[in-house]
Design a protein around this ligand. Structure first.
Ligand code: PEP
Length: 253
């Protein structure tokens, strides 16, 4: 049984004080969660978020990191910097970073390895655009993205990774993949991982992400292959986020 994981991706929203207030509102609402609960906050929010999260069951995540340990990389943040602040999770290769900040399968792979070396749980995003889905071949594309992200990761480490299947056409658009579409895509990713890692792929957690919300979470979470969600917009509202967490918790026997 894979433990579901619901992670909020705040993106470039919430100042440190707003973020702390959101966490304080969220804490009692998710205190009984049977799934893992995480908030991935902007870098500058991390200290305030860490303080607000103390003693709670919510994990702390960042939204990106550099793969280099240190050096002349102006504006960048290393794993050690995040670790010292109590970060446990890091989103890697979000489609917005691939689209706007030249993230590639190669940099994603380097970041996954650096994150694992630091002891973080990487949440690695893969997914196709609408054009890619309509043109055909999207199945191979997401399989290849997942394999590239994990290239060279040791079998013992691979189950520490979380993959988020996020069809780009569903992110921030209000257009969710259907339960069946999401389940099918995640099964494709799991099969691709099993070609390299065998049965370990059954332990790997694969989330769905893309306009997941309080209304559609139950249907998505009921799918056999879906092990949680990466939540953008709905993670900025504590009541909505907590309904999604409850939907994931309800699948835990
Ligand atoms: C995301 O950015 O990872 C995401 C899934 O966003 P939204 O839920 O807003 O579509």
């Amino acid at each position: 049984m894979r433990k579901p994981i619901i992670a909020g991706n705040w993106k470039m929203n919430m100042t440190p004080s707003q973020g702390a207030a959101l966490i304080n509102e969220m804490k009692p609402l998710v205190a009984d969660a049977k799934c893992d609960v995480v908030v991935c906050v902007p870098y500058v929010d991390i200290p305030a978020a860490a303080e607000a999260l103390k003693g709670s069951n919510i994990g702390l995540g960042a939204q990106n990191m550099n793969f280099e340990p240190k050096g002349a990389f102006t504006g960048e943040i290393s794993a050690d910097m995040l670790k010292e602040l109590g970060v446990q999770y890091v989103i890697i290769g979000h489609s917005e970073r691939r689209a706007y900040y030249a993230e590639t399968d190669e940099t994603v792979n380097k970041k996954v390895k650096a994150a694992l070396d630091a002891g973080f749980t990487p949440i690695v995003c893969v997914g196709e655009s609408l054009e890619q889905r309509e043109a055909g071949g999207w199945e191979k594309l997401i399989a290849d993205q997942a394999k590239a992200a994990l290239d060279g990761v040791c079998p013992m480490c691979v189950t520490k990774v979380v993959i988020a299947y996020e069809p780009i056409w569903a992110i921030g658009t209000g257009k969710t993949a259907s339960d069946e579409q999401a389940n099918e895509a995640i099964a494709i990713i799991r099969k691709a991982v099993s070609e390299v890692y065998g049965e370990k792929a059954e332990e790997l957690r694969i989330q769905y992400g893309g306009s997941m919300n309080a209304k559609n979470a139950q249907g998505l979470m009921a799918q056999e292959q879906i092990d949680g969600g990466l939540i953008g917009g709905a993670s900025l509202k504590a009541p909505d986020f907590s309904v999604i967490v409850a939907a994931a918790s309800a699948t835990v026997k």
